[in-house]
Design a protein around this ligand. Structure first.
Ligand SMILES: C[S@@+](CC[C@H](N)C(=O)[O-])C[C@H]1O[C@@H](n2cnc3c(N)ncnc32)[C@H](O)[C@@H]1O
Length: 331
C-alpha cells in the first residue's frame, strides 16, 4: 500500500514535458454563472474575497474587474491551475494572490496571509475543463491515459491505487455512494477480476462490459464510475463541510458566500451546512429564512439560464447557493 501511494501504479507512463507558458496559454475553462456570482458580491464590504477553487481564475478576474476595492486570495491544489491563474492575475498586482492549498487548509492559509476576516468566499466545486480534457491526468473516460485523477499530483492515492487495492465491497460502496451506480457490485467484481487496471480506457471498457444492455442507452455508463473514483481519490465530499464552516466563520458582517455544486451529493452538503447556520426550522418556507448571524440569499438553489447551458454543456448540472452574514458571531 505504502509504495502504491507514491504512484508506482502509474509506472510505464512517461509524463509529457510541458512548459509553464504552454499551460498558461492553453488552459481552458469557461466560468459558470458569472453574472449571478458577480451580483452576489456587488454589495459586499471592501476587503478580501476567498476564491477557494481558483482554477483558471475566470470568476476571480471578473470580480477584480468589477469591484476595484476588492482583493482576491485564490487557492487551488492543482499546479496547472495555479500556473494559468497566476498569469491571468498578474495585471492586478498585489490585489490578487494565488496559493497552492487544498481548501480544508484555508484557515491556516488565511492566517498566514493575515486575513482573519473576509468579505466573501466562492467555492466552484469539482474539476476544471482543463483537468478533464488533459488525457494524461486520467479524469476522462473518453480519452486514454494513466488512471491518476488526482487534482494534486504530488500527493495521495491515484485512482489506479484505489481500483487495484480495495476489495469488491469497498469498491462497490464507492461507486454507489459517490456515483449513484445501481450496478455497483457487478462493476466492482468485474474490476477486481480484471486487475491490474492501469488506464482510463481499460477501466471504461470494463464498466461498459459489466453494464446490462438496457442501461447503456442513456449515455456512457462509465461516467458514473469515473465520477465516483474522482470523488474518492480527492476526498471531495469528506472535506467540504469543514471547509465551508471555516469560510463562514471568517465572513465579516455584510460578507457573502457563494457555492457552485455539480452533483447531488455535493449540493446536499452545501445545503445542510448553510441551513445549519441559519437555524431554519421550517424547510418548506418559500422565502429565505434567517437567524441572528446568517441569512440565505434565496431559498433552494439556482440553475444556469438556458442560453448558458446551450453555450457550455458543462454548466448544465451547476447549482448555486448563497449566504450572507448579517450579524457578528455571539461571543
Ligand atoms: C470548477 S474549477 C474552478 C474554475 C474557476 N472558478 C474558474 O473560473 O476558472 C475547480 C477547481 O477547484 C480545484 N479544487 C477542487 N477541489 C479543491 C480542493 N479541495 N482544494 C483546492 N482546490 C480544489 C480544482 O483543482 C479546479 O482547478
Amino acid at each position: 500500500m505504502a509504495e502504491l501511494c507514491d504512484s508506482r501504479s502509474l509506472e510505464g507512463f512517461e509524463p509529457p514535458v510541458v512548459e509553464s507558458w504552454e499551460i498558461a496559454m492553453t488552459f481552458e475553462h469557461i466560468p459558470v454563472m458569472v453574472d449571478e456570482i458577480l451580483s452576489i458580491f456587488d454589495d459586499v464590504p471592501p476587503g478580501v474575497v476567498l476564491d477557494a477553487t481558483l482554477g483558471g481564475a475566470g470568476h476571480s478576474v471578473a470580480l477584480l474587474e468589477r469591484r476595484p476595492e476588492l482583493g482576491i486570495v485564490g487557492l487551488d491544489q492543482d499546479d496547472d491551475a495555479l500556473v494559468a491563474a497566476r498569469a491571468r492575475l498578474e495585471p492586478f498586482g498585489d490585489r490578487a494572490q494565488a496559493q497552492k492549498c487544498r481548501f480544508d487548509q484555508l484557515g491556516a492559509e488565511l492566517d498566514k496571509l493575515g486575513h482573519d476576516q473576509i468579505s466573501g468566499f466562492l467555492f466552484d466545486l469539482g474539476v476544471s475543463s482543463h483537468q478533464i480534457d488533459t488525457g494524461e491526468r486520467g479524469f476522462s473516460y473518453r480519452t486514454d491515459g494513466p488512471l491518476d485523477m488526482r487534482m494534486d499530483q504530488s500527493a495521495g492515492r491515484t485512482a489506479a491505487d484505489v481500483v487495484n487495492i480495495v476489495d469488491d465491497r469497498e469498491l462497490a460502496d464507492i461507486l454507489r455512494n459517490y456515483g449513484d451506480e445501481k450496478h455497483a457490485m457487478r462493476i466492482a467484481k468485474a474490476i477486481v477480476a480484471a486487475r491490474p487496471v492501469t488506464t482510463t480506457s481499460q477501466l471504461a471498457d470494463i464498466v461498459r462490459d459489466a453494464t446490462p444492455a438496457r442501461d447503456k442507452r442513456r449515455g456512457d455508463p462509465s461516467k458514473r464510475t469515473f465520477q465516483a473514483l474522482r470523488i474518492e481519490v480527492n476526498e471531495e465530499l469528506s472535506i467540504l463541510e469543514s471547509a465551508l464552516d471555516a469560510a463562514l466563520d471568517r465572513l465579516c458582517v455584510g460578507g457573502r458566500g457563494a457555492v457552485l455544486a455539480y452533483h447531488s451529493g455535493e449540493d446536499r452538503i452545501v445545503k445542510q451546512t448553510f441551513r445549519a447556520r441559519v437555524d431554519v426550522d421550517d424547510h418548506r418556507s418559500p422565502v429565505p429564512l434567517n437567524n441572528e448571524e446568517f441569512s440565505l440569499l434565496w431559498n433552494g438553489s439556482k440553475k444556469p439560464r438556458d442560453d448558458e447551458n446551450n453555450e457550455n454543456r458543462r454548466a448544465t448540472s451547476a447549482r448555486l447557493r448563497g449566504i450572507e452574514r448579517v450579524k457578528v458571531a455571539a461571543a
